[in-house]
Structures are given as C-alpha cells and as structure tokens.
Ligand binder design. Sequence first.
Ligand SMILES: CC(=O)[C@@H](O)[C@H](O)COP(=O)(O)O
Ligand SMILES: NCC(=O)COP(=O)(O)O
Length: 237
Amino acid sequence: MTKLSVNINKIATLRNSRGGNVPDLLKVARDIESFGAQGITVHPRPDERHIRYQDTRDLPGVITTEFNIEGNPIDSFIKLVLEVKPAQVTLVPDAEDAITSNAGWDTVKHKDYLTEIIKEFKQNNIRTSIFVDPDVTMVQGAAQTGTDRIELYTEGYAAAFEKGDKTAIKPYIDAANIAAEVGLGLNAGHDLNLENTAFFKQNIPNLLEVSIGHALIAESLYLGLENVIQMYLHRLK
Ligand SMILES: CC(=O)[C@@H](O)[C@H](O)COP(=O)(O)O
Ligand SMILES: NCC(=O)COP(=O)(O)O
C-alpha cells in the first residue's frame, strides 16, 4: 500500500492571507486524518509565507498519523525538527527565494553535508528522506549518505503527463529499481494530482508514500464549490 500524506501548506497560505485563523490549520489537519489520509506534510519556509514554525510545533499535539516535515536544512530548520521530532524529515535543497521546490539534491556533491545532517536526525529517531531527481547516480549517491528513504521529485513526470507523454515515467521506474537494489525506501511528490497519480502508482514498484498538496487543495475547492454555493443559495431564499 502507498500512504497518502497531505501537504497542508496551501491551507496556511489561505489563512495567512487574512491574518486570522480561517481556515483553522489544526482542524483541517485533524479532518484530513479523519477522512482517511495516512499522514500530514508541512514545508515551513524561512519567510513563513505559509506554514509557520509555530504551526510545526503545534501540529504534533493534534495529529495522530505520520508527521513529515520537509525543508532545506538551514540551522533554524534543523533546530525545529530536532525539537518537534516528527516521524520523518525530508531534506529539500530549495533556495530561499524559490516559489516552490524546483530540483532534487546533488547527492554526490553534497554527500558529506547530507551524511552529517542525516546522522543527527537518525540519532534522534527521526526517519530521513532526501528529495532527488529520478537520476540513477543521484539515487546511488543518496544511499551513500545513510538516509532511510528518498523522495522522487515528480514535477517532470507531471508536466509530461499533462501533455499526454507517458514515457516520462521511465526514469522514475529506473530510479525506483535502483532504490530497491541499494536498500532505500521510496517516497514521491510534487505536482501529483487526481489525473496523474494512479498511473504513477501502477508503474512505480515499492512506492511507500506520496505527499500531495497544491493540486489536492485545488481539487477540493473544485469538488466542494457546488455544494457550498447551494448552501449559500438556500440561506438567501
Ligand atoms: C518538496 C516538494 O516537492 C514541494 O512540493 C513542497 O513541499 C511544496 O512546497 P510549497 O507549498 O512551498 O510549494
Ligand atoms: N513533497 C511534495 C509535497 O509535499 C507536495 O507537493 P505539491 O503537491 O504541493 O506539489
């Protein structure tokens, strides 16, 4: 079975846009779990434009499924993760000014750096995952760092799939096979949605977990809008 971890960054984006507590991030996280999702993912960025560091501290008090914290391991992030002790930390090499994550790690170039950070997280019983492109060398490099898992960066697959190009799955299959060979657990995420997730799951062996946020929240709006408009119309009769 592949677990679904819902990334709630976009709920925080909406909340922050008005400065109050609507929608209530903690309530949404609990609801997501009660609807069956097996995990909650957050990606606190240094500018706290969506998830705030305080959200990350508050969530473990209300959620009961797997908590996954993603981010670039700058000092404040490392400190936060060691304080919160989530089930899993996913290391992502995103620049501070990036709109969203846009590349995986160069696990060969950053081997020593990653090895040191991963060791510290693992000593604190936190499972580690590294965000990587579907590149065999990068997967092999990840194995050298001692990480438990990798997360395959699926933006390339999602973009090609949208254009009708299903051959883009090929490097992901190769990467998944190498991951299994070298003993790495496999996660995936970025731009997965209701259209492209089933094909990905059907073709990728040993897929343990996907984290999905942006599309899932947009789809929830589309699929919920009709119901809510009817409820308003009823009140306005
Ligand atoms: C690591 C990754 O793939 C990202 O999708 C990320 O977690 C989303 O972050 P934003 O919500 O800031 O775009
Ligand atoms: N790790 C990927 C993630 O958490 C969600 O990415 P996206 O669905 O918001 O693109």
